[in-house]
Design a protein around this ligand. Sequence first.
Ligand SMILES: [Zn+2]
Ligand SMILES: [Zn+2]
Length: 454
Amino acid sequence: MKKPECIIRFPQGKLLELRRELLKDSSREAFAVLIGKKREIGEHCIIVVGDVYYPQPSEYINQSRTQLRMKKSFIYRVMAEAQTRPNVDTIIDVHTHPFTDRAWFSQQDDVDEINYFQFLDSEELPFSYGSIVLSQKTGQARMWYMNNLRPEYKVAAIKTQTALEALPTTENESDILDDEQKSRTLLSLGVDTMRRIIADQCIVLAGVGGLGSVMAENLVHQGFEHLVLIDNDILDHSSLNRFVGGTFDDAEKKRPKVEVVASHLQAINPQANVETVFKQVDSLEAEEKMALADWILLSTDNHTSRYQVQKAALTYGVPLISAGVNITVRHENGRHVIVDRSGEVIVVRLGDHFCLNCLGRINLALLSAESHPDPEVRAKTISRGYVLGAEVKEPAVKTLNSVIGAMAIESLTNQYKEDMIHEPILVYESHHGLCMYPDRSTFSLLETGCASCH
Ligand SMILES: [Zn+2]
Ligand SMILES: [Zn+2]
């Protein structure tokens, strides 16, 4: 089989719903149409699924165990609606082979799809076209394109927000039972969860500083084997109070943080595939890595980069975990008073309908101040304390980073286990004693209709 060049990515819960609906009657094939938005990045195309249309029973001409015919009126209805939607340029039809466990496209499917694709092409309808076939257990997908006036297809991978919802693939069966290094984690998480973690999961860390380096180390210890580290910063001596894997010598040599962490991770697990991007998070290379990731872990220290990373995550439909810490100190009558010492972890999945913007975690006013082209204006807002970041020496300690970094990887691990409760926002405070709690009150204040995540 060809290697996937495209990804069809579903929002949270949508593939599960689609499979339930289409496969509930195993005595006959069923049909649905997905609409979505396609984006090209590097050599890949990524389609983010929006809505699903199910036909009425009366819109089938023929629906048997091995055959399916739809009325044209259904197809026209969907196309007409898709054309009115601003963010839709792709139609994907889905049908089932309910009589089998494994899924493959039949010769009849090829004929039907080529006919439909040629019809779209001849009518110059502005849609990309793809298809999915689902069996009881698995599925296959492809995107059609014209090559010298001949229809050809690219294999597409079907991806979901969490591995729990993903279709099983046979390639995931790497044998972990003999792996001594994973044996204790395996006892804790169980074989199924461990397999999901080790299978083709690629985790991108946007920001590899005091917090990111802790998360990276936790990921490798947890068993994740494919990591991409993005950061354009150099390790300096002031980071050595908290930077995991960094040595005095690394700081002397002014090594890039991504390199230092990568060598540390590979020393722990030589099997781990750790890629580095020594560039800003808004570079094309970083964007491509994020677009193809299964999760993005965000821990950069300013509003602009957090905004850019989340934008990539939402654009390409990649789920995101944001981690952040804060220490605020006041000097009163010569006394050093900690007024806030806390951190939080937020899980943002496509389809959950909230993001760092509408949760009030990214401040758009600060964002424009931070990126203000006039250095004088920028310096002024920084001196007023509105903008944190590289130019301000913030208090930072490893103990707080360690707690929040571990919380972030716990939250991530929970996304791979059926029996764990998903908490979108977890807060930790340690200035008035210690406490950790899920923040649910934020959701009652959530404004609807956020331009970023709806
Ligand atoms: Zn078929
Ligand atoms: Zn939002």
